[in-house]
Design a protein around this ligand. Structure first.
Ligand SMILES: *Cc1c(COP(=O)(O)O)cnc(C)c1O
Length: 371
C-alpha cells in the first residue's frame, strides 16, 4: 500500500482492495479458470491456489484486518478451523450456534474426534466459568436466529489470558459492522454465501487471521481436504463484496424501521433486534458493533399463525439462508435442531428493496394471517 490507504474506512476498502495496480492491467482481477499451471510460476496446481481467490482474500483480509483464506463454503471454512485441533480437544460454543456448526461438532464428537461444550454465550459468567475446560472458544454474535449478543471483548480477552485461541463467526455482522480481530479474536469465520456474496447465487466461506501458524494450518487443511472455492464463485463474491457496505447500510436502515413498526403491531408478541433499546443485547451491540445489522426475528402466537403470515407475503420470499439483496423469511423451528426456538418465531433477513414496500407487505400479511 502506497498512500493513505491504511486509514481508509470499510466503504473505501471494499471498493479498492484486491485490485491489480500496474499500468495497463484491468481494474478487476479476471476469473482464472485453471486446474494446472506451467512450471516456473507460483501456484502450480489448482487446489493450491488461484489468482481469483487471492484477489478476494486480499479484499476480505483488508476489511477484517488480517489475512484471509477462502473455502468452498462457510461450512468448509468452519471445518478447516476445527480440524486444526488435536484429537479430544474441547470446543466451547454457543448452545444456539449456527446449526451446521453444532451438527459438525456433534458428528465428530460421536467418533471421539472433538468434544463440544455448549453454553449460553450471552451469559458471560457462564462462559468464563467453562472457558478453562476448553481448547478453543467458538463464538458467534449476533447469534442465529435468537439474535443474542455475546460480550466479545470480555470473552475473547478471557480466552487470550488462558492461552485459548478464539474464533468468531462474523456472518451476521459482516466486517462492515464488526471486526472481531480488533476485539481480540484469533480468527474470524464467514459464510460469504450470505452478505459478502449478497445475491443468493453462490456458496463460499472464509477464515481471516493474523496468526501465521493458524494460517499455515488452514492452508494445509484446504489443500489436503480439497474444499476449495470455485473460480466463478470467488469472482462473484468479490463483485458482491464491492457493494457490501452499501447493501448492509441500506438493509440495516430498513431493518431498524421494520423492527420498530413490528414492535408496535398488536399482532406481534416480541421482536428480537439488537437495534431496539428493549433488546437485552442492545448496549453490548452498540459498544462492539458499528450498527445492529439487518437480521431480525419476530414472534407470532403459534407455528400455524407464522406459517399463515408467511404464505400471505407477496414480496418477501419464504426460504432459508440470508444476506441477499432480496428479503427472505424463515420459520426456524421447522428445522431439526432448532427445538429451543419458539414455534411462532419468524427470522427476517431484510434486503435492499424499498422499505415502505416491505412494510406494506408485512402489514397486509399480518392483517390477513393473524386477523
Ligand atoms: C450459513 C451460515 C454458515 C454456513 O455457511 P455455508 O456457506 O452455508 O456453508 C455458518 N454460520 C452462519 C452464521 C451461517 O449463517
Amino acid at each position: 500500500m502506497t498512500d493513505g490507504s491504511s486509514s481508509w474506512r470499510p466503504a473505501t476498502v471494499a471498493v479498492t482492495a484486491g485490485r491489480p495496480a500496474g499500468p495497463g492491467e484491468p481494474f478487476s482481477v479476471p476469473p482464472t479458470f485453471a486446474s494446472t499451471y506451467r512450471d516456473g510460476g507460483t501456484v502450480g496446481y489448482g487446489r493450491w491456489g488461484n489468482p481469483t481467490w487471492t484477489a478476494l482474500e486480499d479484499a476480505l483480509g483488508a476489511l477484517e484486518g488480517g489475512r484471509a483464506l477462502t473455502f468452498a463454503s462457510g461450512q468448509a471454512a468452519m471445518a478447516a478451523v476445527l480440524e486444526t485441533l488435536p484429537v479430544g480437544a474441547a470446543v466451547l460454543l454457543p448452545r444456539d450456534a449456527y446449526l451446521g456448526t453444532r451438527g459438525f461438532l456433534a458428528d465428530v464428537a460421536t467418533r471421539g474426534r472433538l468434544v463440544a461444550l455448549p453454553v449460553d454465550m450471552t451469559d458471560t459468567a457462564a462462559v468464563l466459568a467453562q472457558l478453562a475446560d476448553a481448547h478453543l472458544l467458538w463464538a458467534e454474535s449476533p447469534i442465529n436466529p435468537l439474535l443474542g449478543v455475546v460480550d466479545l471483548p470480555v470473552v475473547l480477552a478471557a480466552a487470550a489470558d488462558l492461552g485459548i485461541p478464539s474464533v468468531v463467526d462474523n456472518t451476521f455482522a459482516t466486517p462492515v459492522l464488526q471486526q472481531p480481530l480488533a476485539l481480540g479474536a484469533t480468527a474470524v469465520m464467514h459464510s460469504a454465501t450470505k452478505y459478502i456474496g449478497g445475491h443468493s447465487d453462490l456458496l463460499l466461506g472464509a477464515v481471516v487471521t493474523r496468526d501465521e501458524e493458524l494460517l499455515a494450518g488452514l492452508l494445509a487443511r484446504r489443500s489436503l481436504h480439497g474444499a476449495i472455492p470455485g473460480t466463478q464463485e470467488a469472482w462473484l463474491a468479490l463483485r458482491g463484496l464491492r457493494t457490501l457496505p452499501l447493501r448492509v447500510e441500506r438493509a440495516q436502515a430498513t431493518a431498524g424501521l421494520l423492527a420498530e413498526r413490528l414492535a408496535q403491531s398488536p399482532a406481534v408478541a416480541r421482536v428480537r433486534y439488537p437495534g431496539l433499546p428493549s433488546h437485552p443485547g442492545h448496549a453490548l451491540a452498540a459498544a462492539q458493533m458499528s450498527g445492529p445489522g439487518a437480521m431480525l426475528s419476530f414472534e407470532l402466537g403459534s407455528a400455524e399463525t407464522a406459517d399463515a403470515v408467511t404464505a400471505g407475503l407477496r414480496l418477501i420470499v419464504g426460504g432459508t439462508s440470508l444476506g441477499g439483496v432480496e428479503s427472505t423469511i424463515d420459520r426456524r423451528r421447522r428445522w431439526a435442531g432448532e427445538e429451543r426456538v419458539p414455534p411462532g418465531l419468524l427470522r427476517l433477513s431484510v434486503g435492499i428493496e424499498d422499505p415502505e414496500d416491505l412494510w406494506s407487505d408485512l402489514e397486509q400479511a399480518l392483517d390477513r394471517g393473524v386477523g
